[in-house]
Design a protein around this ligand. Structure first.
Ligand SMILES: *Cc1c(COP(=O)(O)O)cnc(C)c1O
Length: 378
């Protein structure tokens, strides 16, 4: 089976660095907050053009810690996309904040700034743009709205580490470094993944960085002095050791993904049954996912079955919009509230994409997809 990701081949290529770094952690037994954690935070901060990086246990924690560090209070409203992974809304709900959902752009899958504008009300405190599937949300209009209405911006960068946003002046900014706080995940299958769970927050504001550190560390800045209720959220030294070995390869990994995506686009773009992903003019795309939109007359399950028969994995990201998830049902929203999101949930299909997928491998998969379509549609 051609897998969605190939972490084993990736490991084999960097085995010496990874094994050496892991052995060092075990040798010196600094399993928590060891030198690897501090070194990784500095190295990632340098990669991200000089932001402060505060590591934590996972990407969901990063979002929660961001909202706690900004002092958001129950009832405060945060505007985010209806088409995203559940973690974005989960952190909001856990803190008894109020998610206000907006629909997304059908081409880029990013939240639509015009709808953000329309959703701003007297209780709005923050916007949480999600850089979905690997390209940046339209940050300039979002940042302008946030500035005009005095809102925080928390970027969910879990799928887009390494992507760059080009502003109107031609300056380039890393995803996750434009808002007040950027949040990311090092889940193994993310573009920069460790060998377990991990996450981090980014900020350019050093006072905020200190607050984030305090919240992530049981609400203490001096040991055993707890000034407020925090959480316990740390990146293991072993995971930091893995991430230090992988960070120097991140740009290469991302460009291998983009090359595979270009190959898919070239071959699949000709099919009347598929819409290949669009890259917005203001962003690079690091293709955390390569996501097709299927023609309404093409049955998704039939195509998936035909792909499985050809040894090709596929996944649906995401089958159910946030506002239709049982845990997040809300009388403000019903079927039809977010038509683009609902339509995407019915029609998207993601193909294998990862750092080890060669142009030849992508060509082979794309041709088998066309072969499957030929079988189904003639
Ligand atoms: C993966 C992901 C998260 C959560 O990351 P975890 O490390 O799994 O907690 C949050 N938001 C988005 C968009 C993600 O893809």
């Amino acid at each position: 089976m051609r897998p969605m990701v190939d972490l084993r081949t990736q490991y084999l290529h960097i085995r010496d660095e990874v094994d050496r770094n892991i052995a060092e952690v075990i040798e010196n037994t600094a399993f928590i907050n060891g030198p690897q954690v501090k070194a990784f935070a500095l190295e990632l901060g340098a990669y991200l053009d000089g932001v402060e990086v505060i590591p934590c246990a996972n990407g969901t924690d990063a979002l929660q810690i961001a909202m706690m560090a900004l002092g958001l209070q129950p009832g405060d409203e945060l505007i985010t996309a209806s088409f995203t992974y559940v973690a974005t809304a989960e952190a909001i709900a856990l803190l008894q904040l109020t998610p206000v959902l907006v629909d997304v752009d059908p081409e880029t899958f990013a939240l639509d700034p015009e709808q953000v504008r329309a959703a701003i009300g007297p209780r709005t405190r923050a916007v949480v743009p999600v850089h979905l599937f690997g390209q940046c949300a339209p940050m300039e209009p979002i940042l302008a709205l946030a500035k005009a209405h005095n809102l925080y911006v928390i970027e969910d960068t879990a799928q887009a580490i390494g992507a760059r946003y080009r502003d109107a002046n031609g300056h380039s900014h890393h995803a996750g470094t434009m808002g007040d706080i950027g949040c990311t995940s090092f889940f193994p299958s993310k573009n920069l993944g460790c060998y377990g769970d991990g996450g981090a927050l980014f900020t350019r504001n050093s006072a905020l960085a200190n607050r984030i550190r305090m919240v992530a560390n049981h609400g203490q800045s001096v040991q055993y002095h707890h000034d407020e209720i925090g959480v316990n959220s740390r990146l293991d030294s072993l995971q930091a050791a893995v991430l230090r070995a992988k960070l120097p390869h991140l740009d290469r990994y991302n460009s291998a993904r983009a090359t595979a995506a270009a190959t898919y686009n070239r071959i699949l773009g000709a099919s009347p049954w598929l819409k290949v992903p669009t890259t917005a003019p203001y962003s690079t795309h690091v293709f955390h996912q390569y996501t097709l939109r299927l023609h309404p007359d093409l049955d998704r399950q039939t195509l998936r079955d035909a792909l499985t028969a050809r040894d090709i994995s596929s996944m649906i990201y995401y089958p159910i919009p946030l506002h239709r998830q049982k845990a997040y049902l809300d009388p403000r929203y019903t079927e039809g509230s977010f038509p683009v999101t609902e339509d995407l949930c019915r029609r998207v299909l993601s193909l294998p994409i990862h750092s080890e997928l060669s142009p030849e491998g992508a060509t082979e998969i794309a041709e088998l997809v066309l072969d499957a379509l030929q079988e189904i549609k003639g």
